[in-house]
Design a protein around this ligand. Sequence first.
Ligand code: DP6
Length: 360
Amino acid sequence: MPNAEFIFSDVQKTLSSGSFTWETPSNIALIKYWGKHGNQLPANPSLSFTLSASATKTTLKYFPVENKSSKIDFEVIFEGKPTESFKPKIAQFFERVEEFIPFIKNYKFEIHTENTFPHSSGIASSASGMAALALCLMSMEKEINPEISAAYFSRKASFLARLGSGSAARSVEGPMMIWGEHPAVKESSDRFAITNPFEVHAVFKDYQNTILIVDKGKKEVSSSLGHQLMIGHPFAKARFDQAYVNLELLIDILKRGDLKEFIKIVESEALTLHAMMMTSSPYFLLMKPNTLEIIQQIWKYRKENKSHLCFTLDAGANIHLLYPAAEKEEVLNFIQTKLTPFCEDGEFIQDQIGKGPRKI
Ligand code: DP6
């Protein structure tokens, strides 16, 4: 029973009403998770930078109940307003995690949540949101059982977060996370993410991430559907194999600080993700004309300025720019003069690699 270590059985103690708050950053994958099987298990390992400014702040208020019902009773209050639309995903999360934190049946909950980034910016908050909720639940577990170690706390928080949203597994710590078993990464697991255990070159310690908001609309294709499209995809096996190879290459590049090779892997991963969507059945085109305009501009700028600016993409039209802190001034100037015309309402979010969540 591989998950036995995460089952909490001592539910004797019931807490009186209380609350926990965690501010949890989003993350950006460099090696992409795209394709899953079983209970939220990834088809290939992924590696991400944990962000700093783009975060979700969640307060979990809990109230003991006399009569346990079969379903967890909870309300979601997003930016101060009760929000029904968030409930199905959270209800599913509670169903999936109940086996591992059975004490939740003894409480009803109010989940107060808000993002530091604008809601209609096309940025998904499922990674930061699910990770924040998982951390709050782990704080409850620690209150009930203070014996648990810090390592167990993080590992189980990642394990629970994964059951809410795969990429959330990588948001419970920073600054670089690996999720998914890889033979070259000893402690790696499909069930939870770990911090990158290898040495990392100083250039990456304060790597910059600017998110260009090309399209504020909701994603056209949900990640869940996208992952499903990898089942039976004609290029799935080649893609999964490639991710294993790229992850190992990237670990070495991160050690050596080889920015040229970094750019090759990171941009290729982003374009491959989109290529998978273009070649699935049904097929989707998630970039917008302005996404392509920006990519062309980045390539031109990089060549003309011998810069190390590069990009990655999520499953949408927005662009994540990645570059060393030493180039920040010039790159910001380039963004402001050349790239903001391609952003919706000229908007972008300035961020950088971060240390991980904060308990408040
Ligand atoms: C393109 O984690 O959102 O951002 O597990 O169904 O919730 P679910 O999917 P999700 O997928 C993220 C996909 C991605 C790549 C990545 O973050 O690795």
